[in-house]
Design a protein around this ligand. Sequence first.
Ligand code: NAD
Length: 277
Amino acid sequence: ASVPTIALNNGVEIPQLGFGVYQIPPEETVSAVRTALEVGYRHIDTAEMYGNEKEVGQAVRESGVDRSEVFVTSKLNNGFHARDDALRAFDQTLADLGFDQLDLFLVHWPLPTIDVDYVETWKAMEEIYRSGRCRAIGVSNFQAHHLRRLFGETEVRPAVNQIEVHPYLANDELRAFDADHEIVTEAWSPIAQGKVLDDPAITAIAEELGRTPAQVVLRWHVQRGDVVFPKSVTRSRVEENFALFDFELDTSAMAAITGLDRGERTGPDPDTFDYVP
Ligand code: NAD
């Protein structure tokens, strides 16, 4: 069974399942991305902050898979929110990847407490989009109130909002807000970096279905309609995380997993996070 795609609000199609490369050291990234492409992944999620864009680009360019068949996302780093810095940072991302065009570029964090207003940053993203060098633009870690300001003061609607979502942080209010505004939610840290895999409710469902806990949690995301990109450098796990489209969770299993929500973040709070490298 192959990976479904989801249409973004500008018609561009994104594969619902991808491969995330956060915390993969550059010297391991070429091999990790090559493995993912061999297994069948056609969507890679990186960021300038991850320090491995060059290696992601190299792996994609050397893979033998046509560039047009791989959806690549990168993100604007926190130090580059001013207009001119954002334009320069995008050029650098393209150069490091070695691509003519990027599929999706995101503002990594809203940084609501720093001196540059993220509305200015979004206007620079619109310039990048209009240049044709990026097929879609979006945001990451934006709350509803950050998005509302963009809707009021800018023209292009973000195509995605990449936010922390997993069974301990269902984030359903924000997901519904995204959906109401034609914004696709991407769920980062979909297995909470492994933290949810020992949960008895999840292991019980996995045992009953003859699947692994990671597959059950990732399948829960897929059935909720979010985009996911689990990270692993272990080939067997990269394969396991890709095998999500030949089984289903019934409504009671779905509800049991959603019921684990306890509002628990593994990462920073977008309303207070202000880290600039
Ligand atoms: P994740 O939830 O994907 O968990 C990854 C970890 O879980 C791995 O390091 C491994 O230890 C373990 N794991 C993976 N597959 C497993 C399996 N089948 N069985 C057992 N253990 C397994 O965490 P993540 O890497 O933080 O998130 C995924 C991606 O989301 C990142 O790589 C990145 O692309 C993106 N992300 C974005 C942001 C953001 O601010 N936009 C923040 C964090 C992550």
